[in-house]
Structure formats: C-alpha cells, structure tokens
Design a protein around this ligand. Structure first.
Ligand code: N01
Length: 480
C-alpha cells in the first residue's frame, strides 16, 4: 500500500512534492497550508516591484516549463499564477488543507507513524512527513527601541499594506537587501520623500530585464527545445561564472569589477558612492541583482542614511547624534528568521527528542533532507541547501526526486532513519567545503546563525548537489 504523506506548506517545495506524488499515482497525501492559498513566498511578498531575480527560464519546474513569461525576470504575479495553475493542472487542489497550520508532529514509535496536529485542533496519522516550509517564510522585524511608539503606518516588506497610499508621504525604508532594492525604486516614484536606512552596503550587479517580445514568446511556446536550450545556457552560465565567485574562484575579480562599474556608472557623487561601496568580499551576503536601485538613490527626493538607527520615535526615525528624520510610513525590509528552521512547528522524534533542541547549536540534516532520530521525516529546502547563485527550484526538484526514491525503501523495509555515523560524515564533508567559501569568515548575513555557523547555504555547485541526490543510498539509513 502506498504510504500516507503529510506535506507542510504549499509553496514551490510542497507543491512540487505533491505533484510528483500525484504523477506517481500516490494520492494518499495531504498538503497543510497555513495561508488561504498556494504560492508560499510568492503569495506573501506582494510589495511594489516584487519580482524574481533569477531568470525566468530557470524559474519553473523542469517538468512544467512555463513558456509565456513576459520578461526575462518574472514579476511576482506571474510566478504566483504559475504555481496556482500547477496546483490545478496536476490535481493537487483536492488534497490541500488551506488555512490550516501544522502545530506539531510527533513520531509514535509503537505505530511507526507521525501524529500530525493542526491549528484546527484535529490530528491525523501519517507514515511520512515532508516539510516544505522553506527558509524565508517568517518575517524578521528588527529589535529597535521605540518601534511600538511610532505614530504613522509601519509594516514588513513581506506583509505589504496595500490599503496604505504612499503618495504625498515621507517614507522610511529600513534595510537594503534584495527586497529593499526592488521596493526602493517604486516607493521613490510614489512618495513625497524617501529615506533609505542602510546598515551595511551590498554588492549590486545590473539586471538586464528585457521584455520578451511576441515573437520570442511564440517561439518559446511552440519550440520547447528553444526554451530548454535557453535554460541550459543560463544554467551553465551561472554555474561557471557565478558559483566560483562564492569560493574565491577565477570569476570573483570579474564580477567585482562589474559591480563596481555598475556603481560608478549610476552614482556620480563620490560621497554617495563611498557609502555604497561594500567593505567585504563579493558574495558573502547575497548579491543584489537590480538595475533600478542605484538610479533611485540618486534622486533629489531620496536620501541614503548611514548613521546607525538609535530608536524609532512617534514622528520618525532617530539616528546616532540625536537627529530625527520625520516619517509617515516605515517599511521594515529587514529580512526573515532564517536559521530557526521549521519554527514554530513542534517536531518530536524517537524517544521524545525535540527537533529544535536537537538543533540548538545550528540546524543540520543529511543532504539537507534527513535527520537522525526522526524517521520518515524529510525536509525540502532544509539546512545547507540554499544557493547564493542559482535557482532554488533546481535544488527542490533534486530533493523531491530523492524523497520519491525513499518511498519504496520505507514501504519495503519500514520507517527509515539516517544513521548518526552518516550524518557525522556528512557534517565533516560540509565543513570542509564550507571552509572554502566566502560566507563564514567575512561578513554577517542571514546565511548563518548567532554562533556564526552557516546553516543555510550549500557550499558546492548545484550540479554536485543534483548528482549526489540522484537516488538514496540504502546503507545510509536504518529501518524499522
Ligand atoms: O532580507 P535581507 P531581504 N537596522 O536579510 C537590514 C530572497 N529574495 O528580504 O545587511 C538596520 O537580505 C539588513 O542590514 P545588514 C533572497 O534570497 C529573493 O532583502 O544586516 N538595518 C539588510 O540590509 C534574499 O537574500 C528575491 O546590515 C537592518 C536588510 O535589513 C532574501 O530573500 C527577492 C536591521 C535585510 O536584508 C532576503 O532578502 C527578494 C536593523 N536593526 C528577496 N535589521 C528574488 O528575486 C536588518 N537590517 C528571488
């Protein structure tokens, strides 16, 4: 009999898992989704300018390549519509439990199954649990004194208040990461004045976001091989040019030069340019890919503020030295809680072990997918599987293929649990690879936890990951 599967989350990962089960004829699964619709991060992030900074050819499932993107870098609405279509086309919808948050999953050793409890107060038993909650699903508000005293309107970038009209307002955007870089040019157009609060400058490279003309769209639609070739070409390009940047390879100088050239081209004022020049190696934080960010900062109605924020006051933002800059609106583009994977779901494995307690020194998983003492629990986009350079969908698809390969094993041999010795060997290999990368030593980023351990990123090429994820090695697991 096919195993019963609980999937947590209906974003790119959870949907991919559901679709592959469906395609394999396994319909004994439920997708629990805390929100009212599918799409995950592409449903949550609706801020003005929200778009993907990964080329569209690489941003759909390989088995369902979308052929009518309107431009090279697709806007949020198109990606969300694509995911909604996929859920319908592959028959996932009857398996969706929307507005239902999984609050806990506990492994019942006697039954060899997972007891899944939801916010609706019900419980169900499943053979397998697959987490598709991802790494960027919980907004992180900063801890700045006085935030609650603010008299205007404030919200996080991933919870955009579309009722709030920015026209005629003084707006403060706190943060300058990938989200802020997309938001700032749009807000600058709408607001009366914009202050951008930058704590650390980012490396920025231009984004050639051409529209796909009718001819090219028709060609992609009717000549799938053409689009497949485009996908392959882009894949090879990022693997050979961008990945080496992250490990100090041949292209690091080239990409650094490109970023500095982009800054010089758009920012003439030497003082502003100096403020925007990063003091850490490129790639240590995620590289911002955007062509509109620098030009927006040179507008007369936009100021870049680099004095540290000391507190929020009812009328605005106070910086070191006591200067208060007035604001009607504050946008916290301050990122996500990225290192407490799977929080706040309470996951309990064998012998009452809590997952979060197990991960108190940093989340880790064999291949990013399996954790010792947690049989038949599989993670999508789990620890050490984020990329600094390529499409995360490639990683998710590799993980789903791998988990699909585990299903016959666990059906035949009983609940499968990665061997602690396998996990130890995996950790050592990861540590060796991580030591070559730019991430650990050179800067602060969302890739690492409070102790400085890089818990989020995959330290080798995407091709390497896809190769080792082709199929599970039965000897890596114990059964029963
Ligand atoms: O968040 P971030 P994001 N005071 O964590 C600043 C993906 N993404 O939402 O660098 C002042 O990168 C913080 O400053 P610092 C992508 O993977 C993808 O922008 O810590 N500032 C930083 O500038 C991305 O990496 C797309 O010094 C404070 C900013 O807030 C990830 O999402 C598009 C502060 C946070 O930047 C997250 O991006 C958008 C404080 N107290 C995002 N606290 C695609 O197109 C934080 N900051 C695929």
């Amino acid at each position: 009999m096919a195993p019963t599967v609980a999937i947590i989350g209906a974003g790119f990962g959870g949907l991919c898992m559901a679709i592959q089960l469906q395609r394999a004829g396994i319909t004994s699964y439920t997708v629990f989704e805390k929100a009212g619709g599918v799409g995950g991060t592409w449903r949550d992030n609706t801020y003005p300018g929200a778009a993907c900074d990964v080329p569209s050819s690489l941003y759909s499932y390989s088995f369902e390549a979308r052929r009518d993107w309107t431009r090279r870098y697709p806007p949020q609405g198109e990606i969300l519509a694509y995911l909604e279509e996929c859920a319908t086309r592959y028959g996932v919808r009857p398996h969706l439990r929307l507005n239902t948050e999984v609050t806990s999953a506990a492994y019942d050793e006697a039954a060899g199954r997972w007891r899944v409890t939801t916010s609706a107060g019900d419980e169900g038993l499943f053979d397998v649990v697959v987490s598709g909650v991802g790494q960027l699903n919980r907004p992180r508000l900063p801890d700045i004194p006085g935030m609650s005293s603010f008299g205007g309107t404030a919200f996080h970038s991933a919870r955009w208040d579309h009722e709030h009209d920015l026209s005629g307002r003084r707006v403060a955007v706190i943060g300058n990461g990938s989200s802020a870089a997309q938001i700032i040019p749009r807000v600058a157009l709408a607001a009366a004045h914009l202050d951008v609060y930058q704590r650390t400058p980012n490396w920025v490279v231009p984004k050639r976001n051409e529209m796909y003309g009718r001819g090219l769209r028709l060609a992609f639609r009717h000549l799938p091989l053409l689009q497949a070739a485009d996908r392959e070409r882009l894949y090879r390009f990022v693997e050979t040019l961008v990945f080496p940047v992250l490990v100090g390879g041949w292209s690091k100088g080239l990409v650094t030069k490109r970023a500095l050239g982009h800054l010089r081209q758009h920012v003439e004022d030497p003082e502003l340019r100096a403020k925007l020049t990063p003091g850490y190696p490129i790639g240590c934080k995620r590289i911002v890919i955007d062509s509109d960010f620098y030009p927006a900062l040179t507008r007369p109605d936009v100021d870049l503020v680099t004095d540290p924020i000391t507190r929020i006051v009812p009328g605005g933002v106070e910086t070191a030295g006591g200067t208060v800059r007035e604001a009607d609106t504050i946008v916290y583009a301050t990122g996500f809680q990225t290192t407490d994977f799977l929080a706040p779901v309470e996951i309990t494995g064998r012998e009452g072990r809590g997952l979060h307690e197990t991960w108190k020194d940093g989340a880790e998983a064999y291949l990013g997918v399996a954790v010792p003492h947690f049989p038949n629990l599989f993670l999508l986009y789990g620890p050490n599987t984020n990329l600094g350079h390529n499409s995360i969908i490639l990683m998710i698809e590799a993980q789903v293929r791998y988990i699909m390969g585990c299903l016959p094993l666990l059906s035949a041999r009983g609940p499968m649990e990665v061997h602690p010795a396998t996990m130890d060997a995996w950790r050592r290999a990861l540590d060796r690879a991580m030591a070559r990368t730019v991430w650990e030593a050179s800067c602060q980023s969302w890739y690492k936890n409070a102790a400085g351990r890089v818990t989020n990123n995959w330290p080798a090429s995407t091709s390497t990951y896809r190769r080792i994820m082709r199929s599970p090695r039965p000897g890596a697991y114990t059964y029963g």
